[in-house]
Write a protein that binds this ligand. Structure first.
Ligand SMILES: *Cc1c(COP(=O)(O)O)cnc(C)c1O
Length: 234
Protein backbone atom coordinates (compact mmCIF):
# COMPACT_ATOMS: atom_id res chain seq x y z
CA UNK A 1 0.00 0.00 0.00
CA UNK A 2 1.17 3.53 -0.72
CA UNK A 3 1.10 6.03 2.11
CA UNK A 4 -1.73 7.87 0.34
CA UNK A 5 -3.91 4.77 0.37
CA UNK A 6 -3.00 4.15 4.02
CA UNK A 7 -3.82 7.74 4.91
CA UNK A 8 -7.08 7.53 3.02
CA UNK A 9 -8.09 4.40 4.85
CA UNK A 10 -7.26 5.89 8.23
CA UNK A 11 -9.32 9.02 7.47
CA UNK A 12 -12.21 6.78 6.37
CA UNK A 13 -11.81 4.80 9.58
CA UNK A 14 -11.81 8.00 11.63
CA UNK A 15 -15.05 9.11 9.94
CA UNK A 16 -16.61 5.71 10.62
CA UNK A 17 -15.54 5.83 14.28
CA UNK A 18 -16.95 9.32 14.83
CA UNK A 19 -20.19 8.36 13.08
CA UNK A 20 -20.56 5.26 15.20
CA UNK A 21 -19.89 7.24 18.35
CA UNK A 22 -22.65 9.74 17.62
CA UNK A 23 -25.11 7.17 16.26
CA UNK A 24 -24.96 8.10 12.59
CA UNK A 25 -24.66 5.87 9.54
CA UNK A 26 -21.20 6.51 8.08
CA UNK A 27 -22.64 6.00 4.58
CA UNK A 28 -24.33 9.39 4.98
CA UNK A 29 -20.93 11.11 5.16
CA UNK A 30 -18.92 11.57 2.00
CA UNK A 31 -15.21 12.27 2.00
CA UNK A 32 -13.91 14.97 -0.34
CA UNK A 33 -10.15 14.58 -0.85
CA UNK A 34 -8.69 18.10 -1.12
CA UNK A 35 -5.84 17.83 -3.61
CA UNK A 36 -4.84 21.49 -4.03
CA UNK A 37 -1.11 21.97 -4.69
CA UNK A 38 -0.65 18.18 -5.01
CA UNK A 39 0.50 16.51 -8.24
CA UNK A 40 -1.71 14.44 -10.52
CA UNK A 41 0.17 11.29 -9.46
CA UNK A 42 -1.14 11.76 -5.90
CA UNK A 43 -4.70 12.04 -7.21
CA UNK A 44 -4.19 8.88 -9.28
CA UNK A 45 -2.90 7.06 -6.19
CA UNK A 46 -5.99 8.06 -4.20
CA UNK A 47 -8.19 7.10 -7.15
CA UNK A 48 -6.58 3.65 -7.29
CA UNK A 49 -7.35 3.32 -3.58
CA UNK A 50 -11.03 3.92 -4.35
CA UNK A 51 -11.46 7.68 -3.82
CA UNK A 52 -13.75 9.39 -6.35
CA UNK A 53 -14.47 12.92 -5.01
CA UNK A 54 -11.68 15.49 -5.23
CA UNK A 55 -11.62 19.16 -4.26
CA UNK A 56 -9.53 21.92 -5.83
CA UNK A 57 -9.16 25.55 -4.70
CA UNK A 58 -7.46 27.27 -7.61
CA UNK A 59 -9.23 27.51 -10.95
CA UNK A 60 -6.29 27.12 -13.34
CA UNK A 61 -4.64 24.39 -11.33
CA UNK A 62 -7.91 22.47 -11.05
CA UNK A 63 -8.73 22.78 -14.74
CA UNK A 64 -5.34 21.49 -15.84
CA UNK A 65 -5.60 18.49 -13.50
CA UNK A 66 -9.11 17.72 -14.76
CA UNK A 67 -7.80 17.74 -18.35
CA UNK A 68 -4.77 15.59 -17.49
CA UNK A 69 -6.89 13.05 -15.62
CA UNK A 70 -9.83 12.99 -18.07
CA UNK A 71 -9.34 9.22 -18.50
CA UNK A 72 -10.48 8.80 -14.87
CA UNK A 73 -13.94 9.66 -16.10
CA UNK A 74 -15.87 8.89 -12.93
CA UNK A 75 -14.09 11.43 -10.73
CA UNK A 76 -16.42 14.04 -9.20
CA UNK A 77 -14.53 17.33 -9.25
CA UNK A 78 -15.52 19.93 -6.65
CA UNK A 79 -14.41 23.55 -6.78
CA UNK A 80 -13.97 24.75 -3.18
CA UNK A 81 -11.90 27.95 -3.43
CA UNK A 82 -12.90 31.60 -3.58
CA UNK A 83 -14.25 32.35 -7.06
CA UNK A 84 -13.88 35.65 -8.88
CA UNK A 85 -16.61 36.32 -11.43
CA UNK A 86 -14.11 36.57 -14.27
CA UNK A 87 -13.06 32.94 -13.69
CA UNK A 88 -16.58 31.51 -13.40
CA UNK A 89 -16.66 30.12 -16.94
CA UNK A 90 -13.81 27.68 -16.29
CA UNK A 91 -15.62 26.35 -13.24
CA UNK A 92 -18.93 26.09 -15.11
CA UNK A 93 -17.28 24.19 -17.97
CA UNK A 94 -15.10 21.80 -15.99
CA UNK A 95 -16.35 21.02 -12.49
CA UNK A 96 -19.33 18.99 -11.24
CA UNK A 97 -19.73 21.03 -8.05
CA UNK A 98 -19.03 24.56 -6.78
CA UNK A 99 -19.06 25.02 -2.98
CA UNK A 100 -18.41 28.73 -2.80
CA UNK A 101 -21.40 30.50 -4.32
CA UNK A 102 -21.97 33.59 -2.20
CA UNK A 103 -23.72 36.09 -4.49
CA UNK A 104 -26.48 36.02 -7.05
CA UNK A 105 -24.39 37.55 -9.81
CA UNK A 106 -21.91 34.68 -9.57
CA UNK A 107 -24.73 32.11 -9.60
CA UNK A 108 -26.27 33.73 -12.67
CA UNK A 109 -22.97 33.64 -14.52
CA UNK A 110 -22.34 30.00 -13.61
CA UNK A 111 -25.80 29.01 -14.85
CA UNK A 112 -25.45 30.96 -18.11
CA UNK A 113 -21.97 29.53 -18.72
CA UNK A 114 -22.76 25.91 -17.88
CA UNK A 115 -22.76 24.08 -21.24
CA UNK A 116 -26.14 22.66 -22.21
CA UNK A 117 -24.79 19.18 -22.90
CA UNK A 118 -23.61 18.90 -19.28
CA UNK A 119 -25.85 18.13 -16.31
CA UNK A 120 -26.63 21.16 -14.13
CA UNK A 121 -23.74 22.35 -11.93
CA UNK A 122 -24.28 21.29 -8.31
CA UNK A 123 -23.88 24.33 -6.08
CA UNK A 124 -23.55 25.02 -2.39
CA UNK A 125 -24.08 28.43 -0.85
CA UNK A 126 -21.14 29.45 1.30
CA UNK A 127 -22.23 30.81 4.69
CA UNK A 128 -20.00 32.98 6.85
CA UNK A 129 -20.96 31.23 10.06
CA UNK A 130 -18.29 32.37 12.52
CA UNK A 131 -15.62 34.55 11.02
CA UNK A 132 -16.55 38.22 11.15
CA UNK A 133 -13.27 39.20 9.53
CA UNK A 134 -13.67 36.94 6.51
CA UNK A 135 -15.24 38.34 3.38
CA UNK A 136 -16.22 34.92 2.04
CA UNK A 137 -19.75 33.70 2.47
CA UNK A 138 -23.11 35.30 3.06
CA UNK A 139 -24.63 36.03 6.46
CA UNK A 140 -27.15 33.46 7.69
CA UNK A 141 -30.01 36.00 7.34
CA UNK A 142 -29.34 36.23 3.59
CA UNK A 143 -29.55 32.50 2.96
CA UNK A 144 -33.26 32.15 2.17
CA UNK A 145 -33.29 34.89 -0.45
CA UNK A 146 -30.20 33.66 -2.25
CA UNK A 147 -31.45 30.05 -2.17
CA UNK A 148 -34.83 31.03 -3.61
CA UNK A 149 -33.14 32.95 -6.44
CA UNK A 150 -30.66 30.19 -7.26
CA UNK A 151 -33.47 27.68 -7.62
CA UNK A 152 -34.77 29.56 -10.65
CA UNK A 153 -31.48 29.22 -12.52
CA UNK A 154 -31.83 26.41 -15.07
CA UNK A 155 -28.26 25.12 -15.23
CA UNK A 156 -27.64 25.04 -11.47
CA UNK A 157 -28.87 22.58 -8.88
CA UNK A 158 -28.86 23.87 -5.33
CA UNK A 159 -27.62 20.97 -3.18
CA UNK A 160 -26.95 22.69 0.16
CA UNK A 161 -24.57 24.90 2.10
CA UNK A 162 -20.90 25.05 3.00
CA UNK A 163 -18.81 26.83 5.63
CA UNK A 164 -15.20 27.24 6.66
CA UNK A 165 -15.53 28.08 10.37
CA UNK A 166 -12.81 30.24 11.93
CA UNK A 167 -10.11 28.05 13.55
CA UNK A 168 -11.16 27.26 17.12
CA UNK A 169 -9.34 24.83 19.40
CA UNK A 170 -12.19 24.35 21.90
CA UNK A 171 -14.44 21.42 21.00
CA UNK A 172 -17.60 22.80 22.64
CA UNK A 173 -17.23 26.04 20.65
CA UNK A 174 -16.57 24.12 17.42
CA UNK A 175 -19.70 22.08 18.05
CA UNK A 176 -21.84 25.16 18.69
CA UNK A 177 -20.79 26.67 15.34
CA UNK A 178 -21.35 23.39 13.50
CA UNK A 179 -24.80 23.07 15.08
CA UNK A 180 -25.75 26.55 13.86
CA UNK A 181 -24.83 25.42 10.34
CA UNK A 182 -26.81 22.21 10.78
CA UNK A 183 -29.91 24.19 11.79
CA UNK A 184 -29.66 26.36 8.68
CA UNK A 185 -29.15 23.26 6.59
CA UNK A 186 -32.11 21.39 8.07
CA UNK A 187 -34.43 24.33 7.49
CA UNK A 188 -33.29 24.63 3.87
CA UNK A 189 -33.71 20.88 3.32
CA UNK A 190 -37.26 21.04 4.66
CA UNK A 191 -38.16 23.60 2.00
CA UNK A 192 -36.21 22.13 -0.90
CA UNK A 193 -36.19 18.36 -1.48
CA UNK A 194 -33.05 18.44 -3.66
CA UNK A 195 -30.99 19.88 -0.79
CA UNK A 196 -28.96 16.96 0.58
CA UNK A 197 -25.46 18.29 1.28
CA UNK A 198 -23.92 20.02 4.28
CA UNK A 199 -20.24 20.61 3.42
CA UNK A 200 -18.63 21.09 6.81
CA UNK A 201 -15.61 19.71 8.60
CA UNK A 202 -11.87 19.69 7.90
CA UNK A 203 -9.05 17.85 9.68
CA UNK A 204 -9.29 19.95 12.85
CA UNK A 205 -13.05 20.01 13.35
CA UNK A 206 -14.07 16.67 11.84
CA UNK A 207 -15.49 15.38 15.11
CA UNK A 208 -17.71 18.40 15.77
CA UNK A 209 -18.84 18.62 12.14
CA UNK A 210 -19.90 14.98 11.89
CA UNK A 211 -21.56 15.06 15.31
CA UNK A 212 -23.57 18.12 14.23
CA UNK A 213 -24.69 16.45 10.97
CA UNK A 214 -22.19 17.14 8.19
CA UNK A 215 -22.73 15.05 5.05
CA UNK A 216 -19.49 16.02 3.24
CA UNK A 217 -16.15 16.49 4.96
CA UNK A 218 -13.19 18.09 3.20
CA UNK A 219 -9.81 16.63 4.10
CA UNK A 220 -6.47 17.47 2.47
CA UNK A 221 -3.25 17.15 4.41
CA UNK A 222 -4.32 14.08 6.40
CA UNK A 223 -4.54 12.25 3.04
CA UNK A 224 -1.84 13.84 0.90
CA UNK A 225 0.57 15.18 3.52
CA UNK A 226 1.46 18.78 4.34
CA UNK A 227 1.25 21.25 1.48
CA UNK A 228 4.22 23.22 0.28
CA UNK A 229 3.35 26.50 -1.32
CA UNK A 230 5.83 27.93 -3.78
CA UNK A 231 7.77 30.89 -2.41
CA UNK A 232 7.54 34.21 -4.22
CA UNK A 233 11.09 33.80 -5.59
CA UNK A 234 10.06 30.73 -7.63
C1 LIG B 1 -7.50 23.32 2.01
C2 LIG B 1 -8.93 23.17 2.33
C3 LIG B 1 -9.40 22.05 3.01
C4 LIG B 1 -8.51 20.94 3.52
O1 LIG B 1 -7.68 21.38 4.53
P1 LIG B 1 -6.67 20.39 5.27
O2 LIG B 1 -6.28 21.15 6.45
O3 LIG B 1 -5.54 20.14 4.33
O4 LIG B 1 -7.39 19.14 5.60
C5 LIG B 1 -10.77 21.95 3.21
N1 LIG B 1 -11.63 22.90 2.78
C6 LIG B 1 -11.21 23.99 2.13
C7 LIG B 1 -12.21 25.01 1.69
C8 LIG B 1 -9.85 24.16 1.89
O5 LIG B 1 -9.45 25.26 1.24
Amino acid sequence: MTSISQNLHSVEQRIADIAKHCGRDSQEIRLLAVSKTKPESDISAAYTAGQRCFGENYVQEGVSKIAALAHLFDIDWHFIGPLQSNKSRLVAENFAWCHTVDRLKLAQRLSAQRPEHMPPLNVLIQVNISDESSKSGIRAEQLNDLAANIRHLPQLRLRGIMAIPAPEPDYAKQLAVCQRMAELYNRLAENYPEVDTLSLGMSDDLDAAITAGSTLVRVGSAIFGARQYPTSSE
